[in-house]
Design a protein around this ligand. Sequence first.
Ligand code: DOR
Ligand code: ZN
Length: 347
Amino acid sequence: MTDRITLRKPDDWHLHVRDGAMLKASLPFTARNFGRAIIMPNLLPPVMTVKDAIGYRERIERALPDGSTFEPLMTCYLHDLTDPDEVEAGFRNGVFTAVKLYPANATTNSAAGVTDYAKIRPVLARMEKIGIPLLMHGEEVDPEVDVFDREAVWIERRLRPWAKDFPGLKFVLEHISSKIGVDYVRSAAPQVGATITPYHLTHNRTDWLGWGNRPYLYCMPVIKTEADRLALVEAATSGDACFFLGTDSAPHPVARKLAVVGSAGLFNSPVAIEQYTRVFADADALDKLEAFTSLNGPRHYGLQPNTATITLERSPWTVPEQIDIDGPDERALIYRGGEQIEWRVVS
Ligand code: DOR
Ligand code: ZN
């Protein structure tokens, strides 16, 4: 049994670090283990312009611990009126790494997202031309569509046609959550890639709802069946280049998670690389871990992998339950807080 593993430094291809006090409190957990992260633009108001992204990037850089080499990769929040010239300007001057599509009202802070898919076609055409990837919250929010089927319907209604209409455009189907998602991404690779979260690899919907409602397992896309979870584990641990790490770590103040209408999102960056390692160890696939954490993502984005490394050891520790956020009584609960985690980052 392997008890120690060294990996090229991972990147997080899907991360929410928020802003202000929450940014300051949550960012160090990512900066200590990851070389780069794709920063989600769903602030209030969202990051829609080059100017917004430059300002946000500066705030992130100021929130980094001293001496950190972590690099935030910024994204542009797509909406019905996004100007293709703005996307191109941001890409050419190195501000935007990707464009993020939220269907309006699909999840946290997505009210300003896309409502009319015909309107964004000129942006997709320009993105195809210049070579900037489209990241998708791939869920169809039509009220007629069951919440457990949103990903499957998105693929059929939106992604499959776009992949044909824009053959030069690279896509990332974010946080895939279903066997249907896994099968589609494999069939459409290398044009389409997908990120997978640590919690979709770990839990099924019975864990979430079967023994009392656990608000801290509530996220979008919702956690699905055991068959879906097993398909995701098989995909991640296969080493296939189209699947890569994206934590979707998404801190919320406790009161928002526990409200009558609770917010979707799990704050998992404090345990993410450790939890992925556990999943791969349990599947007897530690030899495939580095491809998933550190190689496949950069390849999909046309970037070089990191050269530094991190080392993990099997050495259990107990996860703190929460982090305090500056401000009156504010805190965010940590995914798996209070539980024992098997692996630890030692250098
Ligand atoms: O559960 C989620 N939370 N899914 C998302 O797509 C957004 C995220 C957030 O921002 O909290
Ligand atoms: Zn997200």
